[in-house]
Ligand binder design. Structure first.
Ligand SMILES: *Cc1c(COP(=O)(O)O)cnc(C)c1O
Length: 404
């Protein structure tokens, strides 16, 4: 008789967004006359930029000709794309990342989940609380988190780092020494970020205790303020302690196309084992890369016309964020984030808990957001709204909230 991986049986609850989806579907069924506005799930709504569509058409045509047809892509990704990334995202910021340190993937959700495979099961992970749920769940699947304490809502094998208004949502160095540290800035869910000096403290700490930082920079494109680092490699010494992930999903609307990359520097060594070599081995064995057509679309983002069109889209979402921030402030809410990220994190009013506020907003304003408690116990009493809706819906939703 076969057995399943018992680690999977330890996973807690349902995936947050399917739970919300079901509750919203249920509300709509019972209230067919109400227009529900979704400002909950972190998915983009604007169509792909015209330059990307052109590239896609051309790349499809290439696949149909004997001279330009492409089969399996190179393991790490096409050189044209890795070159564009190394220049556009790194050299342009004075950071030297070589193209064989860049691993192209079909989005970073699987990278962030899979990178833990190359680390021993007995490594201790440190995560922020609240946190993007994938970091914890993939480590539960790997059997790295110990047992779950239902009362505390904590895994006893995990180092939690609270992020609250008290520390401006930047975690303090943990008391218990971790081996793998997950950081995400600009942050999902809080929409807040870290300064370069603050990130340097983490890099120095990781180098000192010989830990590795997994740095999720999915929202880099939303950074507006000068002192916010665009890549962890702006910090001195980061190449010997940090892996960085970047997605094209939130920056260029690729949530459906699928494209991202991970940087594993060659200086990153565990004793004398190169993590770059391990990941290259893993990538080559289990992964055959993102489609040629999509990698060409990714390259377009680094062209002048692509860059301009993408910037317009990001400005569109950032304007929504501004509307949400301003409206909620006027309505008397305490709000965070929304300046360098498409997420607004708000304190629920009148001591409502996160789910109470979810139902209140759904029933009274027909607006859907995400309960902060779904991202961890420190998210209790908070709520996340996203700037990914349309302008019209965002304005409408905020008007409704102001009238409550
Ligand atoms: C959306 C998101 C991702 C997933 O990105 P994909 O490239 O679409 O897989 C990863 N990390 C964070 C923090 C996200 O919000």
């Amino acid at each position: 008789m076969y057995k399943v991986n018992s680690n999977y049986l330890k996973l807690q609850g349902n995936y947050l967004f399917s739970t919300i989806g079901k509750k919203v579907a249920n509300f709509k069924e019972n209230n067919p006359d109400k227009k529900v506005i979704l400002l909950g799930i972190g998915d983009v709504t604007q169509p792909l930029a015209p330059a990307i569509i052109d590239t896609l058409h051309n790349a499809v045509d290439e696949m149909g000709h004997i001279d330009t047809f492409k089969g399996y892509a190179p393991d790490l990704g096409y050189e044209f794309l890795r070159n564009a990334i190394a220049i556009g995202d790194y050299r342009s910021r004075g950071v030297d990342i070589s193209i064989d340190e860049v691993f192209v993937s079909d989005g970073i959700n699987c990278d962030v989940g899979n990178i833990q495979e190359i680390f021993s099961v007995d490594n201790k992970i440190a995560i922020c609380d609240p946190v993007y749920p994938v970091y914890i769940d993939t480590n539960v699947m790997a059997g790295r988190t110990g047992t779950y304490d239902k009362t505390m809502q904590r895994w006893n094998g995990v180092v939690y780092m609270p992020c609250t208004p008290d520390n401006n949502f930047v975690p303090e160095l943990p008391k218990e020494t971790p081996d793998i540290i997950y950081l995400c800035f600009p942050n999902n869910p809080t929409g807040t970020t870290i300064t370069k000096d603050q990130l340097q403290v983490w890099v120095d700490y990781a180098n000192k205790i010989k830990a590795v930082i997994i740095y999720d920079a999915a929202y880099e494109a939303y950074i507006s303020e000068d002192n916010v680092p665009h890549t962890i490699y702006e910090c001195e010494g980061a190449k010997s302690c940090a892996i960085e992930l970047k997605s094209f999903s939130k920056s260029a609307g690729f949530t459906g196309l699928r494209l991202g990359y991970m940087v594993v520097p060659k200086d990153l060594k565990c004793f004398n084992v190169s993590l770059n070599a391990l990941w290259a081995r893993r990538h080559g064995t289990k992964y055959n890369g993102a489609p040629y057509i999509v990698q060409r679309a990714g390259e377009t983002i680094y062209s002048k016309v692509g860059r301009d069109q993408i910037k317009k889209q990001i400005d569109y979402y950032k304007n929504n964020a501004k509307i949400i921030l301003k409206g909620l402030r006027e309505a008397g809410y305490s709000v965070y984030g929304g300046v360098n990220a498409p997420y607004i994190w708000l304190k629920t009013p009148n001591n409502m808990n996160s789910w109470e506020f979810f139902y209140y907003l759904l029933e009274k304003a027909n607006v859907v957001g995400t309960p902060g408690s779904g991202f961890g116990p420190m998210g209790e009493g908070y709520f996340r709204l996203t700037a990914f809706g349309t302008y019209e819906n965002t304005v409408d939703a905020i008007e409704r909230i102001k009238k409550l």
